[in-house]
Design a protein around this ligand. Structure first.
Ligand code: NAD
Ligand code: UD1
Length: 306
């Protein structure tokens, strides 16, 4: 039986990945510091090690026992990186370099690392679909560190022969995305507030757009990426190719929930991306996968999960 390490496996995306890996017969070890992840998210057949991805001695001792690593642990909020530049950098970039470094497993074959990058590497883009070669001009430290992860993945491949595959997730949503932090994903915040009949707040004019992808689709990409990891360090968009403005999202969510709440407006967030929509073609061609959950279906599943 193969053993997978999932960093951040108590978090939103990681916990769904762990469920599917266990269903597929893998043994799963999770490394998570429980900073935003929750133990109750975690499948009880997974082994949990509570610790920090920046602790190289700890990560080294765990990785020895594993056949591949899904590296999802990060401080996932663009706004947190505005508040705590150095702290988020230590986790999001130094922590990732630590994973690549121990994946070398000196004396043994390196293990493949599938890691979470982000659409935030592009920064502001045109309103059109963007493919992987689009210029990278991150607006936040979070986006800059995710781009740094991609650059260091190249180094891991070139110098140390570590096979990697980076996935540039666009905006992921679904059950277990924690709505309690103001910096959590917008859909989890809107859904939670609509269901509890509280007002929602739109930052800026609400015409900024996002490409929202449901978490079960993202997990399919993650597992397929195991066969894509090479020392060339490929990177793929993980997105739907559909856009919606935050204003339209608020209306759609209220329609699906059949509940209307007041919409308040506040100033735009620092470093907020205006338009974000990805071209899913490269992943489709290489993985033979496309996202198949529509926003309506995904919102409906999310509302049922509360
Ligand atoms: P999440 O906050 O739910 O999960 C992150 C997990 O990592 C949590 O369980 C947290 O406790 C853990 N963690 C954080 N710092 C750690 C550390 N130093 N050591 C060990 N564990 C640590 O976030 P998520 O939305 O599931 O994000 C997963 C990954 O996907 C992240 O790398 C994030 O940057 C990336 N991503 C997410 C989205 C999205 O829309 N949710 C989009 C693009 C990229
Ligand atoms: C999100 C992810 C980030 C990922 C990036 C990829 C989270 C917390 N962040 O960042 O990890 O790398 O996508 O594209 O999952 N908004 C409101 N009202 C609210 C909350 C948000 O109007 O109450 C707006 C924001 O200003 C922004 C949009 O909704 O314009 C999306 O915000 P958010 O869900 O925080 O995600 P991103 O910043 O796009």
């Amino acid at each position: 039986m193969k053993t997978m390490l999932v960093t951040g496996g108590c978090g939103f995306i990681g916990s769904h990945l762990v469920d599917v890996l266990i269903d597929q017969g893998y043994q799963v070890i999770v490394l998570d510091d429980l900073s935003t992840g929750r133990e109750y998210n975690l499948n009880d057949q997974a082994e949990l090690i509570v610790g920090n991805i920046t602790n190289s001695t700890l990560v080294n001792s765990i990785i020895k026992e594993t056949d591949a690593c899904f590296h999802l642990a990060a401080i996932a909020s663009t706004q947190s990186s505005n508040q705590d530049w150095v702290g988020t950098h230590q986790v999001n970039l130094t922590g990732t370099i630590n994973i690549f470094n121990v994946a070398r497993r000196t004396g043994k074959r390196p293990i493949p690392v599938i890691y979470a990058s982000s659409a935030a590497v592009y920064g502001n883009t045109e309103e059109n679909l963007i493919d992987e070669s689009y210029p990278k001009q991150p607006l936040t430290a979070y986006g800059a560190d995710k781009l740094g992860c991609e650059l260091h993945a190249k180094v891991a491949g070139n110098i140390d022969g570590v096979p990697t595959c980076g996935l540039r997730f666009f905006n992921v949503y679904g059950p277990r995305q924690d709505p309690s932090s103001p910096y959590s994903g917008v859909i989890s915040i809107f859904a939670n507030r609509i269901l509890s009949n509280q007002s929602i707040t739109i930052f800026g004019d609400g015409n900024q757009t996002r490409d929202f992808i449901f978490v079960s689709d993202v997990v399919r990409y993650l597992i397929a990426a195991l066969n894509q990891a090479t020392t060339e360090a490929p990177v793929f968009n993980v997105c739907t190719g559909e856009r919606i403005s935050i204003h339209e999202l608020a209306q759609t969510a209220m329609n699906v929930a059949e509940q209307v709440v007041p919409i308040l407006h506040q100033d735009p967030r620092e470093g907020d991306i205006r338009y974000s929509i990805g071209n899913p073609k490269a992943a489709k061609d290489n993985f033979n996968i496309t996202a198949n959950i529509t926003l309506q279906e995904g919102l409906s599943q999310l509302f049922k999960s509360f």
